[in-house]
Design a binder for this molecule. Structure first.
Ligand SMILES: Nc1ncnc2c1ncn2[C@@H]1O[C@H](COP(=O)(O)OP(=O)(O)OP(=O)(O)O)[C@@H](O)[C@H]1O
Ligand SMILES: [Mg+2]
Length: 286
């Protein structure tokens, strides 16, 4: 069930001023992939994310889900949109119910599901993000840690059982362990079949998790490819104000220093090869 963007442009109008946030985007989000969307601040990532579930409508162009325009008028519009779950930048700002349970149940309730089904989904969604039901369900979402709030917000989207999950900088502001935990959840969901679109400024995470990377610059889609395709183009990325992952930096430096690296090595492989070379180069030839 791919999502297809056909010549999607989006213009924000505020007073006399028009900002072209998306400029003629053509792209396909494939079933089961984990697509990372990267780009400098203001490049249009969040605007694009909000087009994927119809929260924003294109100024021109179309967004198709299963071949159907998600902005069509009529009955199937809501159903189509429920298939794509969007987790906003700083989703905890959207928590509002007095208990965690009610917050996670909000989406499924809105879908018109029966209480038993809602209950099942709340429990499942909490388990999926590692929240212990009995401990957390009755608490106020505002009394939780930042990492827990983030997981409650994610559970609220998962409870709607979307086929595509769009996450806008889900790890921003989390400490390393909360971040790893959340990224682990996301990777598990993807492996279980959920298509994931991940917006991130953390290039190491992108390189590790993404099956494909798309780069936005000033509202245009300028690069698409595997993490290796993308992150070996350091100069091009740097000209857009984008960094590359640490292991790609190290590899680039080693190439500059004259080492012939014929492919991309994962950090561990590179470390092993280097250790071998350094030992072999004869520290203690005596
Ligand atoms: N509600 C709005 N009204 C007017 N202009 C907006 C609005 N939201 C975003 N923009 C503008 O549209 C462009 C794209 O913004 P967007 O938020 O999509 O970027 P982004 O890639 O998500 O950035 P960041 O990495 O900082 O989150 C920017 O120039 C921004 O100033
Ligand atoms: Mg953004």
């Amino acid at each position: 069930m791919p999502i297809v963007l056909e010549q999607v442009s989006h213009h924000y109008r505020s007073g006399p001023q028009t900002t072209i946030a998306l400029d003629n985007i053509n792209m396909t989000i494939k079933d089961g992939e984990l697509l990372a969307l990267i780009g400098h601040t203001g490049s249009g990532k969040s605007t694009l994310a909000q087009h994927l579930n119809g929260l924003l409508e294109p100024s021109s162009g179309r967004v198709l889900l299963d071949g159907e325009d998600i902005n069509q008028k009529g009955a199937s519009r809501r159903a189509l949109r429920f298939k794509v779950g969007l987790v906003f930048q700083y989703p905890e700002h959207q928590l509002f119910e007095e208990t965690v349970y009610k917050d996670i149940a909000f989406g499924p309730k809105n879908m018109g599901l029966k209480d038993e089904e809602i209950d099942l989904r709340v429990k499942n969604a909490m388990a999926q993000v590692g929240l212990v039901f009995d401990e957390i369900q009755g608490r106020s979402p505002f009394e939780l840690s930042g990492g827990q709030m983030r997981r409650v917000a994610l559970a609220g989207v998962l409870a709607m059982q979307p086929r595509v999950l769009v996450l806008d900088e889900p790890t921003a502001g989390l400490d390393p362990s909360a971040r790893d935990f959340l990224l682990g959840d996301i990777q598990r969901l993807n492996r279980a079949g959920t298509t994931v679109v991940l917006i991130s400024h953390a290039m190491d995470d992108v390189a590790r998790l993404a099956t494909r990377v798309a780069v936005l610059e000033k509202g245009r889609l300028v690069m698409e490819g595997t993490p290796v395709d993308i992150f070996t183009q350091q100069e091009k990325l740097s000209s857009m104000g984008l960094d590359i992952p640490e292991n790609f930096k190290l590899a680039a430096e080693l190439r500059k220093a004259g080492l012939n690296l014929d492919k991309h090595y994962q950090t561990q492989e590179l470390a092993d090869a280097l250790a071998e070379a350094i030992k072999g180069g004869g520290g203690d030839a005596a």
